[in-house]
Design a protein around this ligand. Structure first.
Ligand code: P6P
Length: 336
């Protein structure tokens, strides 16, 4: 049987995309092209001098590894060439990246992205990923993109997805009509449909959180963790703690198997660590499409939060809906 490729799948279903035919397929095919290029470099990162610090630091003062910079450039170049995208907001760039050509100014879309999430794991061969979200611009077509195009609530996303560079490279995306996973077949250079219509279990037994921060957690978070450690509800089996330190890898595992990922606020980080625009919103869009839930721990749906700043952080509770609800019960009773 010949597998369905990403491009074939998008074209087969592009009438589901409520805008002009072909726009989304061009955007996603350019994203998948950049993903293949990053895959090639990630898969041989240990062999060429592309590891280690690029010297520069990103807007958050974090050392930029060469692959961060490489991935950022590849995705920006791919989207600049798509003729559909007028600008990008990226973790690796303090300001928005405006595509100022006549063609790009007529683009209807903007993209937010974390070009290489989990980059601290690059040198130790742990899965890393790219996270992206696609919005319709709100600024007038024919003009330059503006920051307002990027400060839309996550519910306005028209598509979102991630690429996970792991034991295999997968691209997982949704346009609001279900979540679909494609595995890269390097022998033909195509992403092939491997996980159609992903649904996440309503309950699970995996909890993902950096327990090294335990002392900084609020009482409600500590109480939920203890609940997980002593309970076998509701799946009648003990919970497992699984934390890779790469959001894409932790999220992908929990999406498929069920589970909850938590990056809570702490006294030191009152808004948590993860970025709303290009980490929380895309995974929130995907998890809701898969039947799960994503909030900031206080009952506020991630997708309803209106961003005020490009690199705004937000606490994230994301995964199986019954687990997010249970965590919120403890937060409500004991505080966050
Ligand atoms: P910590 C990677 O740097 C990242 O942004 C996410 O991919 C990951 O979930 C999180 O930070 C890990 O943070 O503080 O647990 O190392």
């Amino acid at each position: 049987m010949i597998a369905t490729t990403l491009n074939e799948f998008i074209i087969e279903r592009q009438e589901e995309f409520p805008y002009a035919k072909g726009e989304l397929s061009r955007l996603l095919s350019h994203i998948s092209l950049a993903a293949k290029i990053v895959h090639r470099e990630v898969s041989k990162a240990g062999l060429v001098d592309i590891l280690g610090e690029a010297g520069a630091t990103n807007v958050h003062g974090e050392n930029q590894k060469k692959l961060d910079v490489f991935a950022d450039e590849k995705f920006i170049n791919a989207l600049r060439g798509s003729a559909e995208c007028c600008g990008i907001a990226s973790e690796e760039n303090e300001e928005i990246v405006i595509f100022d050509s006549e063609v790009a100014r007529n683009g209807d879309y903007v993209v937010t992205m974390d070009p290489l999430d989990g980059s601290s794991n690059i040198d130790v061969n742990v899965s890393i990923g790219t996270i992206f979200a696609i919005y319709r611009r709100v600024s007038p077509v024919g003009h330059k993109a503006t920051e307002e195009d990027f400060l839309q609530p996550g519910r306005s996303q028209v598509a979102a997805g991630y690429v996970i560079y792991g034991s295999s490279t997968m691209l997982v995306y949704s346009t609001g009509k279900g979540v679909h996973g494609f595995t890269l077949d390097p022998s033909i250079g195509e992403f092939c449909l491997s996980h159609p219509n992903i649904k996440t279990p309503h309950s699970g037994y995996i909890y993902s959180i950096n327990e090294g921060n335990y002392k900084k957690f609020a009482k409600g978070v500590k109480k939920y963790l203890k609940y997980c450690q002593v309970s076998d509800e509701p799946t009648n089996r003990p919970y497992s703690s699984r934390y890779i330190g790469s959001l894409v890898a932790d999220f992908h595992r929990n999406l498929l198997q069920g589970g909850i990922f938590i990056y809570p606020k702490t006294e030191h980080d009152p808004c948590g660590k993860l970025r709303l625009l290009y980490e929380c919103n895309p995974v929130a869009f995907l998890v809701e499409q898969a039947g799960g839930k994503a909030t900031n721990g206080r009952g506020e749906r991630i997708l309803d939060i209106v961003p005020k700043k490009l690199h705004q952080r937000e606490p994230l509770y994301v995964g199986s809906r019954n687990m997010v609800d249970k965590a919120e019960e403890f937060i409500k009773e004991f505080g966050d």
